[in-house]
Design a binder for this molecule. Structure first.
Ligand code: ASP
Ligand code: MG
Length: 443
């Protein structure tokens, strides 16, 4: 068995749906279980409709027009999703009346994207003589906690999930992104969460391989829009890919590898538009390349917060208190450094003024606080770093040649990741010059 997961762009119009279904047909001998995202930008349209409704206006036409077009182009039953649209309109109407939008309602509204796409893809499969069956993940035991918008599957769901999927009479086409909590409410796994669904179901079924079909030819050596010389990586380890996803490489939802690691299942990233490309395979262990590292990733718009103790408080005390304040404020931390009485923390993303101001008020009691916004983390990732004794020197000299000064550095204890704090406006130059470290070696 394999999982074949198709992202929104891979099923964005009728031609792409046909193409995706052709890819499934070509893999029939491997007993595929299909997982799909919502078509194209449906989730964005749904989110916009939810927010418009909070302002009192009911408008789901972006969603219904787009799907009507897709359904017509594919020549499937025009009423296929009508009951879903009716229910969607009901929820949106409810929001417009009470002018309140809870995270629970947002998840309910967003769920219509994948509920429609599974039906449409399964219907097209049937048209093509393949027994596609639309399946709602929330009806087959994909149970999660109740963190709407960022839910995590509950432990111990594998057996029930696997037996439900196996019981489907045909080729299951399962909703990505969605789950259900203990009270029966629909939850979502975070934006781009269908990758995560693919690996959750893959782990439950202990498949041979989880395939993520997307619009790039695998995991790249860096963002090709920053440096067009970027090339795709044939192979990476779970650990490398996790670091990559965590530090902002958009190819995989950051949690995707957790279930795969648990069961040691290979994850392959493939390009729907170029299925002949080998893509990248993510395996328990990495193959070392002749380069200095595997990939350069970056995260823009993070904040640097520095707290200098006014009183005699040790860095450890400041650190523990500061972490407490930030986590209560819902602020995540990506990097930390301490000196005797100073603590520097880098947030995991940009936060609005209000959130930062609120945290600062509370951090003030610890000492003098300084905040710099518009910062970026550039990260060099790869098992190769371990054996490269002069790597820090290489990184600093490349950045230095470009006039870029590292404001903070961290190297994880696993040694496969070196993160450097720079400014947003230095990203392109920093990534391109560090990418040379990888390009310097033969492909
Ligand atoms: N449809 C969801 C989103 O747009 C999930 C996904 O695409 O993976 O975020
Ligand atoms: Mg995606």
């Amino acid at each position: 068995m394999i999982i074949m997961k198709f992202g929104g762009s891979s099923i964005a119009d009728a031609d792409r749906v046909r193409h995706a279904v052709d890819l499934v047909r070509a893999s029939l001998s491997r007993q595929p279980v299909v997982v799909v995202s919502a078509h194209g930008k449906t989730t964005d349209y749904l989110l916009a409709a939810a927010h418009t409704a909070r302002g009192g206006v009911i408008d789901i036409s972006a969603v219904t027009d787009y799907h009507a077009r897709l359904i017509a182009d594919l020549g499937i039953a025009p009423t296929l999703c009508d009951d879903l649209f009716e229910r969607l309109e009901g929820f949106v109407r409810g929001v417009s009346l009470i002018r309140e939008l809870t995270p629970r309602t947002v998840d309910q509204i967003l769920s219509f994207g994948e509920q429609c796409s599974t039906r449409i893809v399964a219907a097209h499969m049937q048209q093509q003589g393949m027994p596609g069956v639309a399946v709602n993940s929330f009806d087959i035991g994909l149970e999660t906690d109740s963190r709407h918008g960022a839910a995590t599957p509950l432990p111990g769901i594998d057996a029930s999930l696997a037996s439900h999927v196996r019981a489907v009479d045909g080729i299951p086409v399962v909703t990505g992104f969605l789950g259900k909590d203990a009270s029966g409410s629909i939850t979502t796994l975070g934006r781009s969460g269908s990758d995560f669904t693919a690996s959750i179901i893959g782990a439950a079924l202990q498949v041979e391989e989880v395939q993520i079909w997307t619009d790039v030819s695998g995991v790249m050596t860096c963002d090709p829009s920053v440096d067009p010389r970027a090339r795709s990586l044939a192979q990476l380890s779970f650990e490398e890919a996790s670091e990559l996803a965590y530090y902002g490489a958009e190819v995989l939802h950051p949690s995707t590898l957790v279930p795969a690691i648990r069961k040691g299942i290979p994850v392959r990233v493939l390009n729907t538009m170029h299925p002949e490309d080998a893509g990248s395979i993510i395996l328990p262990d990495s193959a070392l390349t002749p380069a200095a590292a595997k990939s350069i990733v970056y995260k823009e718009d993070v904040c640097l917060i520095t707290v200098a103790s006014a009183r005699l408080m040790s860095a450890v005390e400041i650190l523990s208190k500061a972490f407490g304040v930030l986590s209560e404020g819902g602020i995540g931390v990506h990097m930390a450094a301490t000196s005797e009485a100073t603590v520097s923390l880098v947030t995991d993303r940009d936060y609005d003024e209000k959130t930062i101001a609120h945290a600062l008020e509370r951090l003030d009691s610890l000492g003098t606080v300084q905040v710099s916004r518009g910062q970026a983390i550039v990260c060099v990732i790869g098992e190769e770093l371990k054996s490269r004794v002069r790597i820090l020197e290489e990184i600093f000299s490349r950045l230095g040649e470009q006039g870029i000064k590292a404001r903070m550095v961290s190297q994880s204890a696993t040694e496969i990741n070196i993160a450097v704090l720079i400014r947003n406006d230095e990203i392109a130059t920093a990534v391109t010059s560090l990418h040379e470290l990888i390009l310097a070696a033969p492909a």
